[in-house]
Design a protein around this ligand. Structure first.
Ligand code: MSP
Length: 510
């Protein structure tokens, strides 16, 4: 039986236009999902849209349409982004799906039956932008800690007994030291829980765009209980004896931005424990992008549209940049010059030139016939090939840690070494003096290009496919078991190679 891997993105609020932050979270999941599939896992990769709540209802009112019409329309923007970014999600969930209503009502009923929900009244501060409740003591200058405005809310409300889950959560964290990453964020979560938890208001009556509370439809469920439940809705857990649920739950990884970690690492595990459901294995909180040093916001007018970037620079260039530039987990800055540098230096020069130089020489000097590896390795051949052999495990370890930048760094270390090797061996000179040695050198290099091309597939699916296609790696030979098939290509005939990564003129950008 194949190993399984279930990975989720947050579901996106539809009131916003998709921007670089949304693309970033899903891209990280896409890289992981693709990597795992190539590594022989059966994968379920889930993304989608969060369509309920006061924020969406307000946006629909402003647009003069019903919330359902509004969400039908705007959720398509996110669907479009997944296509444009070449995301390989297996399903796109919408919280307005009937099965999701059932799923939310089922979890509610479980919490109710297990005695964790009571009806009372809420009075306090609510931030619509964050869809979160705040205590007076948490406000900063009369605003939510995120800077969002808050409003005073007084209404009947059901409460979840979150306060009772402090110790079980701390015990769980203790037993599962990798539950939240990066470690610094996990510490913040522990400190927060150690500080004590208050019961959580989980229903609202002052608007109606949400899932009705079973048996009391005056109330709609708090949007975060509704939203988090999407992760199990997608496993069809409401179906009796659901195979999907057995196969996929608990999730292996919930990928989230740092702003929504508390909901995932505190509330969600507490809901799940209270409903007697298993907890996800890991939650990773990534950092936030700024734009040329400034916080990204609609009001500053500096929102980065991923679609514009893709059209200008190419999809795989953007995918590479986002995964390479900033250590995953930290905040990072988006700058035009950093992007151009990565495109020209890492892609066009390092990988693009390596591949172009080697393939042109095979094409011109060996009638396009791919040579095999040397029978007798010289020291330089052996050390480059040894480095190549170690690469897959190194990359795998980084991917399993969600250190995407380090995975790419490892790959580029090998590319740099291969470029030094070409310069030193100078196969163009060997053409005149020792054609056997020339073929040996090109044989070593084509093996580097093959393995690098296989390992870059999750990050740059199209560009990698082009490279692998040029060296005649069949589609059926592109999974990671083939990494160790040395000499797979020997004797295959290549065509005239074409550059895969165009350079961008820096001057033009001004
Ligand atoms: N609907 C909730 C999530 C519910 S999950 C059960 C939500 N949606 S969101 O659309 O506001 O945000 C989704 C994701 O986008 C978050 O992970 C957030 O961190 C990410 N980003 C939004 N802006 C960002 C940046 N500027 N940079 C990086 N990621 C950012 O929250």
């Amino acid at each position: 039986m194949k190993k399984r891997y279930y990975i989720t993105t947050p579901i996106y609020y539809v009131n916003d236009n998709p921007h670089i932050g949304h693309a970033y979270t899903t891209l990280a999941c896409d890289v992981l999902a693709r990597f795992k599939r190539l590594d022989d896992y059966e994968v379920m990769f889930l993304t989608g849209t969060d369509e309920h709540g006061q924020k969406v209802q307000i946006a629909a009112n402003k647009a003069g349409v019903s919330p359902q019409e509004f969400t039908d329309k705007v959720s398509k923007n996110f669907l479009y982004l997944t296509e444009k970014m070449n995301f390989s999600n297996d399903y796109f969930i919408r919280t307005t799906e009937p099965r999701h209503y059932e799923s939310c009502q089922k979890i509610w009923q479980k919490l109710m039956d297990n005695g964790h929900i009571t009806l009372s009244a809420y009075s306090g501060w609510y931030s619509v932008r964050d869809e979160a409740f705040f205590a007076e003591s948490e406000l900063i200058d009369g605003k939510a800690p995120t800077g969002a405005p808050v409003e005073w809310v007084e209404e009947p409300s059901y409460f979840f007994d979150l306060s009772k889950w402090q110790q079980p959560l701390l015990d769980f964290y203790e037993k599962n030291p990798d539950f939240v990453a990066p470690a610094s964020r996990f510490n913040e979560i522990k400190r927060f829980v150690e500080g004590g938890l208050k019961d959580l208001s989980i229903s609202r009556t002052t608007f109606d765009w949400g899932v009705p509370v079973p048996g009391d439809p005056e109330h709609v469920m708090y949007v975060w209980l509704d939203a988090l439940t999407n992760y199990i809705t997608a496993t069809n857990w409401t179906e009796p004896n659901s195979e999907d649920f057995k196969n996929w739950w608990p999730a292996d990884l919930h990928m989230v931005g740092k702003d929504i970690l508390r909901f995932h690492a505190v509330y969600w595990p507490a809901f799940l424990m209270a409903a007697e459901l298993d907890l996800p294995s890991r939650i990773f909180a990534h950092g936030w992008w700024t734009n040329e040093g400034e916080k990204i916001s609609k009001s500053l007018g500096n929102v980065i549209d991923p679609i514009t970037l893709i059209d200008k620079y190419g999809l795989d260039q953007i995918r590479y940049f986002l995964m390479r530039e900033v250590p995953f987990g930290r905040d990072g800055d988006f700058s035009q010059s950093a992007l151009l540098h990565r495109i020209n230096s890492d892609l066009a020069n390092d990988l693009g030139n390596l591949s172009q130089r080697v393939l042109s020489q095979i094409f011109k000097n060996l009638d396009g016939k791919i040579p095999s590896l040397p029978i007798n390795l010289l020291d330089d051949d052996a050390s480059l090939l040894a480095m190549l052999k170690e690469l897959p495990d190194k990359v795998r370890a980084q991917i399993d840690n969600q250190s995407f930048h380090d995975a790419l760094r490892q790959i580029w270390n090998v590319i740099a070494e291969a470029n030094r090797y070409v310069d030193k061996q100078a196969p163009w000179a060997l053409k005149k003096t020792d054609t056997d040695r020339m073929a040996d050198v090109l044989g070593v290099l084509v093996e580097v290009i093959r393995c690098v091309g296989l390992l870059t597939q999750p990050f740059m699916p199209d560009a990698s496919a082009k490279i692998l296609g040029q060296i005649k790696v069949n589609e059926s030979e592109r999974t990671f078991v083939h990494l160790s098939d040395v000499n797979l290509l020997s004797g295959r005939i290549i065509e005239k190679p074409e550059g895969v990564f165009p350079r961008h003129q820096i001057a033009e950008e001004g």
